[in-house]
Each structure stands twice: as C-alpha cells, then as structure tokens.
Design a protein around this ligand. Structure first.
Ligand code: SF4
Ligand code: SF4
Length: 445
C-alpha cells in the first residue's frame, strides 16, 4: 500500500470516530423549534418568496438530482427538501397567509428531525436541480438556509458538529492547528528541497491550504509550492490565516463561517496581499469569494482565485511553462460543483490539460450539468450517508467509464476523497489525479 493510500485509510477511520468527539447541544424542544422558525423567517427574502410560489411540480429537479437518481425514492425530490421552509413561508409571510393557514400545517420538531437527513445527508448543494428547473428555482440556496436554521437549533449531524465545534473553539481541525500545519508543510518543503516562506510580513500572494491536504493529499501542497516558485511570485503561507476549509459553511453555523473567513481576510489585508489563492478545495472558494464578500458588504482589496484560475492566467501570460505529456495519456475532468457550476471556473482546467497535450475526453454531462461526486457540502463526512453517497458515485463512475478515458483529473480534495472511497468500494482502478499535481509534475523549468 502506498503512503497516500495509507493516509486515505487513516482518514476514513478517523471519520468513524467523529461522533465520539461531538459535544451535545442542550436546548429544550420548544427552543429548537423556535430557532428553526425564527431563522427561516429571518432568512426568507423576496427571491425565495418568488421561488416558493413558482414551482409547477414538473419533477425535472428530481431527474437532475444524483440522490433521487440513485434511489428513485420520491422523498429525495429536491424541492421537497425545502418543504419546511415553504410551509413557514406560506403560513407566516405569503400574501395569502390568512387563507393558507386553513390548510397548511405548522411545522413540528418531529418533522425537523426527519428533515435533517434531507438537508444534510441527501443534498450536496450541488446546484444541478437549479440548472434544469424551468422556473429557475434556487433549491440549494434554500437548503443552505435550512442548514442554517437547523444549526441554530443545535441539530447539526454529529460528524459535522464535531468539526464545527473544534474549528470554532480552537482553530484546529482533527487536532491540527497552526503549529502542526507549519511543521507538516516545513517537512513537505524539505522533501522537495524548498524553504517555504512562512509568515512574511508583506507578500503579494497569500496561499491557503486545507486540513485534508495536510493529512492526506500532501502532493497538492508540494505542487502549490512548486508552481508558485516557478512563477517567481512573492508569496507566503501565514499561520494567522491558512485554513481554507470552513465547517461553518458546511454545517450551516454562520458565526463560524464568518470567523473562519475573517481570519483569512484580516491576514490578507495585514500583509498587503493582492491575491488570495484557494487550494484545491471546492467549498472553500465560494465561501470566501462569494459568501464572505457579500457578508462584508465591501469590495475586497485583493482577488480570490482558485489554483486553476491562477495557472491558466499565467499560462496565457507566458509565465507558466509546461512540458507536454502527449496523447498517450487519456483523461477526463470532473468539475467540482462549487468551483464549476457555482463559480464558473470551467475553461481554466481544460486550458491546463490542453497545454499538457493529453488526450482529453469530455464526459457527456459536464460543466454546468456535471454530476456531483456525491460527497460535497460535508456529505463525505457523514457516516449515515454512506449508501446514498455510494449510489450517487456510481452515476459518476458510469459517466467517466463512458468517456473511455484511462483516468480522471479533478481540482477538489473533497471530491478526490469521495472518488477514492468510491473506487475502493467498487474495485475501480482508474487513476484519480489532482490537476495541480499534474501541472507541477510537468513544469518546464
Ligand atoms: S442541490 Fe444537488 S444534491 Fe441538492 S437537491 Fe439539488 S441536485 Fe440534489
Ligand atoms: S424543476 Fe422546478 S418547477 Fe419543476 S418540480 Fe422542481 S422545483 Fe418545481
């Protein structure tokens, strides 16, 4: 077994222990229900009201959802996942609420408990349903509000709660904080013969990392270092703001989402960074680029880029040079939902694969209608979602197999973990590679 395979196994074993680490959230049943309802009411806006009034019950969102497709169970119909939000809207805010109250039941805590498995286990907030809905109903945005409401009621699933509590209380994840991260990355730097520029007082680029990279996919960190040095950028990894993973976003616990985002923004401002570079981590990018920017309500004095965007830009500018691998290597690309569909980064990874000269096979459903790997939005951590995740991953596997490509390239560590798990469970032996690592291995120095 390779070192990486051992790390992956250890990580999966660690996930099984997360429920023991979660602290209970004491709250009366009445308070929990009150929290859910008041959060719904605080978050409902005009856009959601229009969405909740517009559904024509065509069922197209069901066909688009990997969890419905994998199970054919109508309970996984996407619009049904926001049923509780809809009923609170209909009874409390809709223009015809006085009438609707006659036939619309108030929500109960039993229903809230039932819906935990729908808004966490069976929704990766991938947005595929949103893409196909003829009414343009933004279901993932409303699932996200449901997660926020459940988080305020102390009803986050145990695995995500353990991670949220740890990151909120101590700025560590799996026991790994600034000191452990710096030590681990220093070691990675030593292995590739590079002194890592930690904690510079001034730098143009603030590179982030994620705990999954530190624990499992260290090749992605080594590759980021190689690419930034190849580009001769003035960059740093700063231990005041280094962790891209945001368990506030994944769990719906907004105070943590803001706290984790603030750490990075403050650090970037302090060192005068012009660019924050998000590692290959799907949810980290929209959390910082969109949610944090909206929350701060002011223009960032820096840009927030994915590694793929930086590499493609520098390739265009002639600063990044790669050695072509050649057509002997046949690959397809998996678009991480949060970087692709949510953020529009489609062409940059393909430009990099084009520069590498590999034979590229596009999957039948890709880019805006790409199938999710089944593990996004923290679902890869939920032990209760194992079967759903596997069912969803088989759709992905079939799509990749149909391309005839020898392997798959991706740019998200969570997707990569989910692919590794799916591959193990299904005896699938195609190479699963990081785009960043593929580029770093083929730099033309
Ligand atoms: S966002 Fe994705 S996972 Fe969630 S309901 Fe829509 S298609 Fe399904
Ligand atoms: S696709 Fe849109 S309109 Fe059709 S059932 Fe789903 S949410 Fe309703």
């Amino acid at each position: 077994m390779t070192v990486e395979a051992q790390r992956i196994e250890l990580f999966f074993e660690g996930i099984k222990k997360l429920p023991e680490m979660a602290q209970p959230v004491e709250m009366s049943d009445a308070d929990r229900l009150h929290q859910v309802k008041t959060t719904f009411l605080a978050k409902l806006n005009r856009r959601m009201a229009v969405d909740l009034e517009s559904c024509v019950h065509c069922g197209q969102c069901a066909e688009a959802c990997h969890y419905y497709n994998a199970t054919q169970d109508p309970k996984y119909t996407p619009i049904r996942k926001v049923e509780l939000l809809k009923r609170v809207y209909q009874r409390e805010l809709s223009p015809t609420r006085w009438l609707r109250r006659l036939w619309t039941r108030d929500i109960t805590l039993d229903e809230v408990n039932e819906w935990i498995a729908l808004v966490y286990d069976s929704c990766t907030e991938c947005g595929r349903c949103f893409m196909v809905c003829p009414m343009g109903i933004n279901i993932p945005a409303m699932v996200n509000v449901s997660r926020q409401a459940f988080a305020n009621a102390g009803l986050i699933p145990v695995e995500l709660r353990a991670m949220e509590q740890e990151q909120y209380a101590g700025n560590t994840l799996f026991g790994i904080g600034p000191d452990q991260t710096e030590a681990a990355i220093r070691e990675i730097g030593d292995k590739i013969g590079v002194e890592v520029p930690f904690n510079k007082e001034k730098a143009d680029v603030l590179l982030l990392t994620s705990v999954v990279e530190v624990m499992v996919f260290t090749d992605q960190i080594a590759s980021a270092i190689k690419v930034l040095n190849h580009l001769k950028l003035n960059w740093t990894l700063h231990m005041d703001g280094f962790e891209a993973a945001n368990f506030g976003m994944l769990s719906g616990f907004e105070p943590l989402q803001k706290r984790a985002g603030d750490r990075i923004v403050k650090t970037a401002k302090k060192i005068g960074a012009k660019t924050i570079l998000v590692p290959e981590c799907g949810h980290a990018f929209p959390s910082l680029r969109w949610d944090q920017a909206n929350e701060d309500e002011q223009e960032f004095p820096f840009e927030v880029l994915t590694m793929a965007e930086l590499m493609a830009r520098e390739l265009r500018n002639g600063n990044l040079r790669v050695k072509p691998i050649g057509k002997g290597k046949t690959v397809t690309f998996h678009d991480p939902c949060k970087i692709g569909r949510h953020s529009g980064v489609f062409e940059e990874p393909r430009a990099m694969l084009g520069a590498l000269g590999v034979e590229f096979r596009e999957a039948e459903s890709s880019k805006t209608v790409n199938w999710c790997c089944g593990g996004g939005a923290g679902v890869f951590l939920l032990n209760s979602a194992a079967d759903l995740r596997q069912g969803a991953w088989k759709i992905k596997q079939a799509q990749i197999d149909a391309t005839g490509a020898e392997g798959v390239v991706l740019s998200c560590a969570s997707c990569r973990l989910n692919f590794e798990k799916g591959a193990r469970n299904n005896h699938w032996d195609k190479p699963i590679e990081s785009l960043l690592s593929l580029v770093a291995e083929n730099l033309d120095e």
